[in-house]
Design a protein around this ligand. Structure first.
Ligand code: ADP
Length: 637
């Protein structure tokens, strides 16, 4: 049975009028034959045809036609036979009445069933889904409005076609298997690809229901399709981006942890609602809260790189919360908690985590907190980098730097051997001379004890001087961490100059000190600061070598910003502008036998003290090195 769901192309009224006219004419024809011809048969049975035609128009027409047929048949009978005659004609009338009655009832039933189906078809038209009915051969028998709209074929064009061919349907599995399942369960659901009249391929969610006809015979299949092309595409895009991010997470060489801070957020909100507005103050007052908070942070996911850092075989063997991951010595969690409370988006720091073998691994980490408006406001992502190697390299670098500084000090000392030898030899020679003099005064017939005493006092002074020189050299050679002693800058400069004086005077240069005796004391390492001064002075000496009247100025003054600035200037040729930027680079040298390490070490020493070392070289004025050292106490003592 075909139920066209679409409106007929031509208006309804001409067809109904034609049918009514036909029925009327037929009724009159039958009446005429029945009433005016001598035919002795149940002509009135033909009124059934009138009823069938009227049934094509409407139920009312059917009933009117039925009543009119009965009336006309009765009228013809009365006209032909009168009312008082009873015979075979009366039986024929009864047969005619029965035929008209049965015809009316059946037509009425058929009309109502058709109307019901039409109603249902109209309901199917209301659906946005594409619905069609096909038979066992796949031939389309019904095609709803949704199918017309989406597939693009009107019902007239689709009905009668083989559905699979019209729609070029692609099935997820073998068509025969689907058919078998349909026959077994009367249902099938799946996702198909079909082609529209416009040539577009669409993805549809398809549901089939089988309606059986005769015993065991498939009769009709109702196929309902929903266009999910866009949903499918966005799902695919989402799944692809999920996969991409998963790959970024899993394959990242940085350790990644996904943490759930929502229980902690709830706890923090509870504290806030109980009046603990200032959470940071609360944390201060309740240090045990930090431990509790760590236990509230759940680890929800980790990547392979993080497992490698911790040495764990799988995520299952890791602790479930942060308190099991962070080392006891961790000091950073309070900071991240504070950042979380403040609503910061990022926090970074360095801490230690516990590896599975009990080892503590130094790590650098970053946390990204979600914005509250993002919804999942407890999802925190942690980036973790193993800092073991970096720390080892840093330590090795520091050790190498210390070694180098030591070597440089020794090298500097090598250059100063002559002056040191002189420094020590001079007092030794004086001791010997004074000792001999004392002996001579003693061996006189009348020993002059006054002179003896004077000579011995001088010998002792010279002895002290020699041992001071030795002490200074030993201190100069000692390597070790920076001391933070309170130092007098004037003494510092004088001691250093003493070490290079000989070298300076030998090259014909003079030293000029401009030291304010009321300078505040500074904080630093005497030996290392002396090394800086010696290096700068030796460099100045080298620069002025060969030029008569060389001058070295050493000055010290406060800079007004909590530092004492020490200036070492010379009257040498100065530094070409092109070299100024490279001067402090390690191994930058313009000397044939230079190492280029002196100034680099000086700068790192001064910076380690919290000061700065800079250079100026005004044209024609030689070089001027200035370094600053932090003041130890307020004002001079
Ligand atoms: P080096 O001892 O090998 O010279 P330094 O680091 O002490 O290494 O010095 C680097 C370079 O800086 C020297 O080679 C020299 O060119 C320049 N320099 C340092 N001090 C002075 C100065 N007082 N006058 C001119 N040039 C200088």
């Amino acid at each position: 049975m075909t139920i066209a769901a679409t409106e007929p192309a031509t208006p309804v009224w001409p067809r109904s009028i034609v049918l009514r006219a036909l029925a009327g004419a037929l009724a009159l024809g039958v009446f005429f034959i029945d009433a005016f011809t001598p035919l002795q048969s149940a002509v009135a049975v033909l009124y059934v045809l009138v009823i069938l035609i009227a049934a094509k128009v409407s139920e009312t027409d059917l009933l009117v036609a039925s009543a009119a047929s009965v009336a006309l048949a009765a009228l013809a009978y009365v006209y032909m036979h009168g009312v008082d005659q009873f015979g075979s004609s009366t039986i024929r009338l009864a047969v005619s009445f029965s035929a008209i009655g049965i015809g009316t009832v059946l037509s009425l039933q058929n009309l109502r069933a058709t109307n019901r189906l039409r109603e249902q078809a109209r309901l199917l038209d209301l659906s946005h889904d594409m619905i069609f009915v096909r038979d066992a051969a796949g031939i389309i028998r019904f095609w709803n409005r949704g199918a017309e709209n989406r597939y693009g074929w009107p019902a007239e064009a689709a009905i009668g076609k083989v559905a699979d061919e019209l729609l070029a349907t692609e099935y997820p599995t073998k068509r025969a298997d689907i058919e078998r399942q349909l026959l077994r369960t009367s249902r099938w659901e799946g996702v198909l690809r079909q082609r529209t009249n416009a040539g577009a391929t669409i993805v549809v969610e398809s549901r089939w229901a089988l309606q059986r006809g005769g015993p065991g015979q498939p009769f009709r299949v109702l196929e309902t399709h929903r266009d999910v092309t866009e949903r499918e595409a966005s799902h695919r895009a989402l799944a692809q981006s999920e996969r991409r991010y998963r790959r970024m997470f899993d394959a990242n060489r940085v350790g990644l942890l996904q943490e759930d801070w929502s229980a902690l957020r709830t706890e923090l909100r509870r504290l806030t609602s109980t009046g603990e507005a200032d959470l940071l103050r609360y944390i201060d007052a309740n240090p045990d809260f930090v431990e509790r908070a760590k236990a509230l942070v759940r680890i929800t996911d980790v990547n392979a790189a993080f497992l490698e850092i911790t040495g764990a075989d799988s995520a299952v063997s890791l602790p479930g919360s942060l308190d099991g991951i962070l080392g006891e010595a961790d000091q950073t969690f309070v900071g991240s908690l504070a950042a979380f409370c403040r609503g910061d988006r990022f926090f970074e720091g360095e801490t230690e985590i516990r590896a599975s073998n009990g080892r503590r691994v130094p790590v650098i980490f970053g946390l990204t907190f979600p914005a509250v408006e993002e919804g999942n406001d407890g999802e925190v992502l942690a980036f973790v980098v193993d800092a073991t190697e970096r720390n080892e390299a840093q330590n090795a670098l520091l050790a190498a730097q210390a070694e180098l500084a030591h070597a440089a000090r020794v090298a500097t000392l090598g250059e100063l051997t002559a002056s040191i030898t002189h420094e020590v030899n001079q007092p030794l020679a004086a001791i010997v001379t004074n000792g001999e003099a004392a002996l001579r005064w003693l061996r006189r017939a009348e020993p002059d004890l006054e002179e003896v005493s004077t000579a011995l006092v001088r010998a002792i002074e010279e002895g002290k001087r020699a041992s001071a020189v030795v002490r200074r050299i030993r201190a100069f050679l000692t390597k070790g961490p920076i001391r933070r002693d309170v130092l007098d800058v004037v003494e510092l400069v004088q001691d250093a100059i003493l070490l290079v004086e000989r070298e300076l005077t030998r090259s014909g240069a003079t030293v000029h000190l401009r030291l304010d005796p009321k300078l505040p004391r500074v904080l630093g390492d005497r030996v290392q600061l002396q090394q800086v001064l010696v290096n700068l002075a030796v460099n100045a000496t080298h620069a002025m070598a060969g030029a008569p009247d060389g001058r070295l100025w050493v000055g010290a003054a406060t800079d007004g910003a909590g530092h004492v600035a020490v200036t070492v200037a010379d009257s040498g040729p100065g530094i070409p502008e092109a070299n100024l930027g490279k001067l402090f680079d390690p191994f930058f040298t313009t000397k044939e036998d230079g190492m280029g390490m002196g100034l680099a070490i000086c700068r790192s020493t001064i910076e380690a003290h919290g000061g700065r070392l800079s250079v100026e070289s005004p044209a024609g004025e030689g070089a001027r090195f200035i370094f600053t050292i932090p003041v130890a106490a307020q004002g001079p003592e």
